[in-house]
Every structure is written in C-alpha cells, then in structure tokens.
Design a protein. Structure first.
Lengths: 383, 383, 383, 383
C-alpha cells in the first residue's frame, strides 16, 4: 500500500486535481494523505478546505503558512514557513511519494521539503509556458521532481528538453479536464446559485445569459494590479449582460486587485454585478458552460474552457504562450479591446471542443502510474 | 553604483569566490554587500567567518540558520529558516543583484528569496554534473537565476540546453582557479602550519611529503557515511607518509562521518595523522601544491588540482561526471582500491596543468559583467 | 548616547507611546531605534506605519510576522516568527535598552528576544488588571522585564507584589495621557474628517454630536466574537445620532468581528453609520472630545477618556478590573443594556476629569529615566 | 480520558519527571502524549531520546528546534522555532493539559504555545530561586501557567506571592526524588559502567571511590564559561581520586565550556579522568550514591543529593538561593576553594538525608491531580 501525499495550497489547485484525489482514494494499492495548506485554509480566499471536507476527503494535516503583508517579502517568507511546517508533516506521515501541483510560489515549499528529505516527488503540470514568475517556479520544480505528469504534448517535449528522463515523463492530460467531462448543467442550477454561494453585490437575473470574470494579479506586474483590474471593470461597467465576478487568489498584488474592486464598488452603482468568493469546482464548470464566456486571466479559460468549448477573453500576460484551443481571444489591459472581444463573442458562434489538455481520464492514469512506478529520488540530467 | 549582495554559506564556497569578492570590492561601479550565513558562521565547521574578517571584508549581515539534527528534515528546515532570514536581509539591503554560489542545499534559500522578491539573481557554477542531490539543487537554481557564470564549456552548453538565454550565460571559468594562479608555496610555509592552524592528533614531519584528505558525506548515501569514511581510514592507517585530514562540511550525514573519525581515533594509534578544522584558502592550495596528492571527494580535487597539476584519488560518487583533467584517479569506497591509487600516484609522474576550469581571471570577468548587464528578473524558457 | 529600541506592533500601541517616542527623539543622550512590526504594518488593520512616517519618525526595521488564520494557533506562530525576526533586528541594532509596550500577545516576542539576548528590557503599562489572556501576557512580561514604567498607583503596587525591586518601578502615568493633554479641538476639524480619512458607509452630519465605537474581539471568548459585535450593532441600528465605527485589531477572533460587521452592513441600511479603518492619535482624541461618548471595549475609554472627561459605555470583560474614573458605565453584551447606557449618558451631565492614569508628562519622565538608569539585565525575585 | 501532553527538551528534565511520566502512563483516566524536543533529540547532548525509548515510552512527536550558534541570539531563535513547531503539534494532539518542566529557556516555547492556544498549562518546579536568567524564565512561566506543582514549601509560598490562586498550587515535592527513593546500588554496577556508557578518556579503577563532576555554563556569565570550567579542571587535575566528568547542556556558553574541556585534554594528561556524555537517570543516581561526592553546579546536587545524603561542592551562582540540605558546600569559581571543599568532604562524615524536596511520591500525587483538576485556562491575579 503506497502512501501518496498531496499538498493543496489554493482553491484552483484543488479544482485541478480533484479527480486525481478521487482516483488515488479509490485505488486499491494507494493510500491518500491529503494536506491542506496556505490560502486553501483561509476564509478571505474562499476556504477551499470547506469544499474539500464537503467532498468527503479526509485531511491529515493543515498547514498555516501565509504571512500577511501581500508584498513580495511576505511571499518569500510564506515559502520559508511552509518548508518548516511541511518537513514536520512529511516526517510524521512518511509518504512514499509527494505530489506538488503546478506552479504557485508556495508549491516550492512542498517540492523542497520532499526533495531534501529524499522522498520521491511527482509534479503535475510541469513543462508549460506562461512567461511570468510562475514559469521560474514551474521549471525549477521540474528540476527537483522525479516524476512528471504533464498536460499536453508541448509540455512533454519541454520537460524532456529540460534534461529529464523520458521514462518518467507522462502526458496524461490535465485532471481538471476529467471534471469537465462529467459535468452536466441543468437550468435549475442557475436558480439556486445565489442561495448556495452567497456573495455580495446585486442579484441579476441569469436566465438570458451572463459573463464570468476571474482575473488574478500578475506577480511580476504588481505595481499595475489596481490599474489592470480597473480596465476590466471599465469595460464591463455598462454591459447589458449580468457579470458574475470571482475574487482573486492570495498572490503578491492581490491587495491592489482587491482594493481596486472595492473602491470601484463604492464609486459606481454596479447593478448587474454579483461577486462570489468561491465555488465548488463542478458548479463553476456548470456556470461556465451556461455562460456567454469567461473574461480575465484564469488558466481555466485556457484549459477547461477548451474542452468545454466556452469562449474566453484572455487579458494580459498571465497565460502567455500556453497552448490553447480556438475558444480564446487574447487582449491587452485595455477596456476598449476587452469590450470589442466581448462583442465579437456575442456575435459569433460557439467554438468547437478541443482535446489539447487531455481526454478526461488524467486522474485514473496518474493514480495507476503512482502505484507502479519505481520509488526513486535520485537522478541526473540527461545531457 | 550597483549593490551586489553575495551570500556565503560554507567554508568551501568562500574559498571558491574569494577573488570575485575582491574584484567586486575593487570595482568602481560596484558595492559589495557580503552576507555570511549557515555553517560559515559556526565554530565546528571551521568558522569561515574568521577567515573572511581577517581577509579584510566587511560583513553586512550574519544569518544563523543551521538547525541541529544533522538529518534530512533539519536540512529542509534550515533552508526554510534561511528564507525567513534572508528575505529580511534583502529587504533591508535592497541589492541590485544577488549572487548565489554553486549547489549546497542552503543556497536554495538565497535563490528563492531573491527570485521571489524580484531581485535579479546570478548563479555561479551552474550547469555541472555530479549525479547526487546537489545536482537537483544546482539545476533547479539555474531555472530561478537570471544570469549564469559557469566554469567550463560543458557547463555552458548544459545551461543553454536547460532553456536559458545564451546572452546571459558566460563561461568565465571558476573564480577558485584565480586563487590557485596566485599561489606560491615556499617551504617555510610547511614549518609553521601546525602553529598557525592548531588542530588535533599527531604532528608528523612534512618535509618528505604528505597526503591531504578531505571527504564529505554524500547526502543521498547518508546511511553509509560512517562505513565510507572507515574505508578511507583503513586505506591510510598503515601508510608511511603523513596524512593531513580536514573535517567534513555540515551536510546531512556529517554526523556519521565525524563519529566514524572520532571512533577510529579512539581505537587506533594514528601516529602519522593530523586533523585540521579549517585553513585559509591560499594556505590550503599551498598545502596541496606541496603534497603527494589529495584523497577524498572534494571538488577541489577536480577543479583547483587540475589547474595546479596535483594528483587526486577521487572516492565514490560525489564528483561523478564532473569534467576533469588528467590528474584524477577515480575509485570506489574500498580501502584496497584507495591504497592502489595512492601507490600509482607515488610511482607515477606529476600530471600536467589543465585549463578545463578557467584561466585565472574569472573574478574580474564576473565583476565587469555585473557592472554592465541589464537588471532583469523576468524570463521565459527558450523553447 | 544610549540606543533605545522601541517595538510598535499595533495601531493603539503607537498612539499610546507617541509622546514617549518624541521625548526619546528629543533627548540629547538618547537615540531612538524605532521598529514597526505585526499589524502596525498591515493595510487591513489601518497601516499605523503610514501615520508613524507622517509624524516624522525614522523607522529602522520593519518586521512582518502576522501569520494568517486568525485562530489561536496562528497567534502562537506569529509570536514565534516575531522572535525569529526581532532577534536578528536586535543583533544588528545592538540597543542598550529595548522597550515593549503593554500586553498584546505579540509583545511577548519583543520581551523574549531582548531578555534572552541579555538586553535590558523596559516594560510600559505593567501591573494592570483585565482578567483575560492579556493579563497572563502582561504579568509574564513583568517577570522578564528589568524596568517598569507603570501608569497608576494600583499598577505600581501590583508590580511590587510580583517580586520586582522598588527601585526599578516608576509610576510615570500613561504616555497616552500626554497626548490627550495637548489636544485642542476646533469645529473645523469635524468638517474635514471624511475627506482626510476616507472609510466606507454613509456620511452623516456630525454637527449635532455623534458616537464613536471601537470594539475588539476578546481572545478568550473568540467563539462569541460575532455574536458580541451583533449585540452592539443591534443597540445602535436605530439610534438617532451618527455612529463613527472603527475596525478592530488583528486579534484571534477579529475574523468573527469583521465578518459580523460586514454581514450586518449587507443586511441593513445603516444610514447613520460611517466606518473608519484608522485615524491619527490626536485626531482620534479630538473626535472623542467632541463626541457624545465612546462605545465598545477599547482601553482608550478607560484611560484617555478619564483624563478628557468623555463618557464611555464599556462593553463586556475586556477592561475588567482596570482602574477607572467616573466617566465609565459598564454593561454586558446585551443590546438593551447598551441602549440604556447610551440613554443615561445623553440625559446626564459631562463627567469630571480624572488623573488616575497620570498628569500628561509620562513621555518626558520615562525618557529621562532611560538616560539615567543603570543598564542591567540580571535580577532575582524580592522574596 | 484526559490527554496529558508533556514536552521534554533536555536530558536533565527527563530525569526529573520520569516517575511522573510513569504515573501518568499507569493512571486509568490519563493518556500520556510525550513530545521530545530540542537538545533531548541531539547526539552531542547525550540523546536523551534513546533513554526515553529504552524506558518504554511512546513518543508522539519529535521537535527539532535547536538553532546552531551557541550564542544568545540562537537561544532566542530556538525558542521562536519551538513555538512554530509546538503549536502545530498541539493543534494535532489536542491535549487537555500541557506540562512544561522547570526553567530552561526553551520551556518558554511550550508555555507560550499552550497558553496562546487556550490549553490549560501545568508548570512543574515553579517558585524556586536561582538568581540567573533561568529565574526570569521560571517566574514568567508561572504567570502563564494555570496549575503549579512545586517542590518545596518555600516555592509554594513564592508562587502564592506571585499572585496565583492557592487552590491551584500544590507542593508535591520533586518527581526527581521519587527516582532517588527507588534506587539501590550494588557494587557490580560500577564494574560495568564503562562498557555500558562508553565515553572517552582514561578508565580509572572506581573501587576505592571517585568524584562526579557536572558543571554547566551560566547563561548570564557566558563570556567567563571557559575560564570557569578551567578553574574546576585546575582544582581536580592533581587529585588522587578518579574523576567522572559529564558533558554540559546545550546552553548559551556551552561552546566555551566544551572548548575549555577539549583544550585542557589536549594539554594535560588526565590519567584519572573519564568523560561521559550521558547516563540513564537511575544509573546516575547509583553512581552518585557510591561516590565521594558531586562537584559542579547541577541542580541534582541540591535536590536528589539532599535526599540521598551525597556531599556536594556547589560552584558559582547557578544554584544561588535554592533551598538546600546540609549536604552542600558552596564555593566560588576558584580552584583553591574547590580543592579545599573536596578535602573537607573527604575528611568529614556523610551528611544526613533531607526531605526538603519531597518524600518520593511526587509523580503519583501530580498524576492524581491532573485527573481531577478542573480544566481552566483563564485566570486573574489575586491582588
């Protein structure tokens, strides 16, 4: 029975690997050790932990490591505290394999703790390109990891080029797509969404369509985060359709983004805006399926929306160079361009489904690999 | 005036970059901010700080971050504490560029703090191969660093293959070689060495030659560190020549190595052994030049000894796949093989000098580059 | 020239010692080393640091140590991080005396760092009684401190009984009173207050009087913090006078308090409520002087309001057993009792001024003592 | 079933409470949660953990928190790290009561974590006087603790005077005495001691008596720790009797003490000295019973030796003002005075047994109280 320890540090990471967690839990030869850490524990970032508990997972450790400050120094320190805490957790749990997800700054704490403690490390979603600080973190983790479960052919090629051994790189597709495959939206769902998720702002009628917005600060552009969010707000202020807006992640710069939104709300009467803190992953996908489209810079637009065929207005540099389907229109931080893209989508036809990020069985593929792969923590570059 | 912050975490790292520190100090457009951290501050690892002060450098911050335990968990935690402390130091010093040296586990703390705080990061000695945990750390730091000052053509090629931009990779050679170039040994030196450096054990006469031993624990083989050191001790116990032995670094496993040596000393009467804790870099090179050869697994054997033409018995996996000159004989952890290699060297002729790790001007080359390079902390993989 | 290091960890602590900081700064034989830490640095707790900078003080170190979570574990951990950071700060600054203020949980980090580093420690506002967790912290710090600057005769007696030497206990009065003495309110002030401090909510006309509310969570009653704040909100919801409400400190429980206020705002149309995050100490005192009275559990009600003769409705256990003037009406967490107390004040006459917390020269008295006291860090209990 | 969490941070603390641990383990209504931390985990301070495991206790958490440096800053930081780690441990274990032992600097980490997390805290050995930094820590912990199990009538009186409630102060005697009561020494024991405990130095014959030495650095006098140990070494260098010497605790200053001993060993041929790292508590008591006497500044001399009637030469200030039996001769750091005291003991008669620190049932008394006391964490000073 192999013990597989997965560390979840943020709401979106949880959504991304939920089907993997289920597949590990269901696998006869695997035992899931689920650790919840960082912003996934915090109320003001949507308490992912509540969703996790409600989904029926057992949590074996909680790690509080977010240092307040919302500046870059605090992000570094949160990583340091994360290492202090996670190393104690790993010492206690003695996992056979540790899994770290994607590229948020605090996932580095998971990677370093496991790597330094000679615990085999698996990385999910390596090899992708975004062109920001996340990319440094992502490729750096690839060089610490022993197994690579990547989400596209481009990513696989890149991890190979980084000097990793082919036999430990697997293009399983992204587990987030698994979830998208199972989702089935009925119209009752929309009627109950305000009751179920609360939130603040107006309660516009969603029956004739709406837009979903999710825009995070970009860590290398934090001094502009307030300005950037205001461009999006300007673009949507006079829209006729309802706008369902999701609060940003706890990244450096979140303060600028949050303050920008709050100030805007004080200043303008946004009668067609509703603000959510969080949503269960399946419900979020249902919401997207029924929407006119997604606006912002979330990776959900690139990934799940490709599979679902949902149109996306992708703003700015955060998803730069990520492989994408035909559902995405890229624009800069400019309210006019955002407005135009919204128009284009409204007047066009729904895009086709794309398999660029997998076919919906990533969770099961990865769980099977975890049960079979040799346990190694020693490697050398291939060139 | 650019502020260049260099973090020294261990005795050997200091030796390695001493000429670079001098070149920065001497450069009209650069200000040196020297931070001394980790085992470089500790008495039982040779108090590198005393040497640094004696060499005339001003130290702007001391960072105590070594957590006792000498196990892998403690190594992870020391890194976490290092990040907590260094991020405060960087916030105070506001360096224009931070320099991290080589690949010890705690250099990761320097790299992460600088990278997460959007401070341009230069890495010295990236791109090399050793095949142990150091390699994970080294290449992982390459992916966090913005500038790469590498020590050989092989290393340069490898950093390029890792997806870094050619224009920020420079084969300057290794600064440690600069030091080797200046060293000039006279025989008076040997007469004063016991007085100057103290240490314990016998005081064998060095006039007719001697061997130098420096063998560190290998972090991926720590359960064998005591056995490994005993093989070397067995090989040299009955040697006719004097043996000058240096205590190991504070790595995971150092406990096994140290205990092994101590127990051996209690058990055997080692009349031709003297033990040193530390030595100023130049004196260490002088000592090597006058010796029959170096035994152990120190990178000095691969690097400085190549330039100096000093024979080396390189034991075990720690220097695996590093480029080497003709001065090295590789053996396993086996007292018979070590003995044979010692014999071979005694009966052979002195090897030729090799430029594989540079021509002795690395410090000045790097200082000039630091004054000219654009200040960047944003990059994307080249493929 | 003695170096006096003062660590400010929260907005109210700054207000409390501002005149002491000025007196140290002005003293010929003292050098002020001002460290700003914890919630005093954070936007969502009112950025005391901005006020400090505006007041013209030089800040020699900033210490981010608030771990997110707003639970008791996070409070403990914030203290641990505070010790890690402050010990580095003290090592760098080499103060002759460190000053810690009052009894917030994180002041313990200051006390322990100084005490363990053999730096003479002065404590301001020891010896008081409140009957909650703060009291454990306060008296515990007394036992670590070398000098005691207390604010009342009762406090002086108590510190003596705790086994401290009489010659190092001084009833200087509270420095917060110094500030109150200098304050002079003109009516223009009220006209500009919304512009100067922003905040959210309605903008009621203040010309005919108003109430000020400041109610913090009580750390030993955190499970009730939401309920407690709602009682106060209920009591004031239908009041005819304007209500100026200040957000709470970052204590365990702040989350409950904040959420309670936010939810209430969503639910009710509070047309006579305005919410401030923070205010400069003098302006806050001016505001109090002009008000009908203060409602909540702030120590300002007990202390400054006694000196100023401002009526206070003191709610719950937070100020239990503190010496008080005749200006205070104590009530439980009950909206009816709060309402009644408000009525009583409106119908009664203004209370008289009381010197129970000093006569307005505490800052200068303490600064003089700091310049003269022998530097000691060694003591033994007196019985 | 109450969960009682005991945190052991050093070898001597374990000896002191061993019978309490046994009594908790044996109690039907108590569950023991044993946490081993700090120097109790470290090889170079005698690996108390090995003894604990051998004694059959189950360890539920190990906490590595000793930061290397052996200076005062490192002691402060070790306490900070201790809080970070212990708060996670307490969150996981959810103890009903936490027990902290005595007054070492790192016990403060236990006290603060428990107190800040609203876990009832019991303190063992409060109320005593020593006149050094330990005293600040000890009385400070008393002010954080909810229950007090003290070891003498003097201590009980003092805790009352500190403002604690009589009903929560219990003079149970010291659990270390329980152990002393059970000890029974036969002469075979001495024959096997070198084999059983190893150690370094000579192996003098113990049949005709010997002296035991245990001298720790004094944290407020660390700059003298090397000089102080040398006075003791000078006093005993030419003694005719064997000397069994125990290495010091990991306190600030331990470095000076250790270096002093090592340097002395290199310089002099100490043919009648043997050095031990550690010893099981019972064996240590057996050794004392059979000895001429104990020399140094260990509290064992004041406490267990009183009960056992073993003569003691108590050096310096470390045990100042502790209640003592007639078995103690106090001297300063002066080799002549130490010599004289040794002579006096050799020529005098064996002192009588004293009950000043209890009658041998402290462990059972405390365990019973732990099962019955109301669970409280809220208190106020009694005056």
């Amino acid at each position: 029975m192999r013990k597989i320890c997965v560390v979840i540090t943020a709401r979106p990471s949880y959504s991304r690997v939920k089907t993997l967690l289920q597949a590990i839990d269901a696998h006869e030869e695997l035992e899931l050790q689920l650790v919840v850490a960082a912003s996934a524990l915090l109320d003001r970032y949507g308490s992912a932990i509540d969703v996790i508990v409600k989904d029926g997972f057992e949590i074996v450790a909680k790690v509080f490591n977010v240092l307040e400050g919302e500046n870059l120094t605090a992000a570094a320190k949160s990583t340091g505290i994360g290492i202090l805490e996670l190393s104690s957790v790993f010492e206690r749990l003695e996992p056979d394999i540790v899994i770290t997800v994607a590229d948020r700054f605090e996932t580095m704490a998971t990677a370093i703790s496991a790597c330094y403690m000679n615990i085999p490390l698996a990385h999910i979603q390596g090899g992708e390109i975004t062109g920001n600080i996340d990319e440094k973190v992502r490729h750096s983790i690839t060089k610490l990891a022993d197994y690579h479960f990547v989400a596209s052919e481009g990513a696989k090629k890149r991890v190979e080029l980084l000097g990793e051994q082919k036999k430990y790189i697997f293009n399983t597709g992204c587990p987030s797509i698994d979830l998208a495959m199972k989702v089935n939206a009925n119209s009752d769902f929309l009627n109950s969404i305000y009751d179920k998720y609360g939130g603040v702002g107006a309660f516009p009628d969603l029956a004739n369509g709406y837009w979903v917005v999710m825009q995070h600060p970009v860590t290398t552009e934090i001094e502009f985060s307030r300005k950037q969010i205001e461009e999006t707000l300007d673009a949507l202020r006079d829209l006729n359709d309802p706008v369902l807006w999701f609060w940003p992640n706890v990244d450096a710069g979140a303060d600028g983004t949050s303050t920008g939104i709050r100030a805007y709300r004080e200043k303008y009467d946004l009668k067609h805006f509703h603000f959510f803190k969080n949503m269960e992953p399946e419900d979020f996908l249902r919401l997207l399926m029924k929407s006119h489209g997604l606006i912002g810079n979330s990776s959900v637009g690139i990934r799940e929306c490709a599979f679902l065929g949902v149109p996306v207005v992708n703003i700015g540099s955060r998803q730069n160079r990520r492989e994408r389907g035909e559902n995405v229109i890229d624009v800069g931080y400019d309210h006019n361009h955002i407005k135009q893209a919204v128009e284009t989508i409204k007047n066009g036809s729904r895009p086709k489904q794309s398999m660029v990020y997998g076919g919906g069985d990533a969770g099961i593929q990865i769980a099977n690999l975890l049960s079979e792969l040799p346990l190694i923590y020693h490697k050398t570059i291939t060139y």
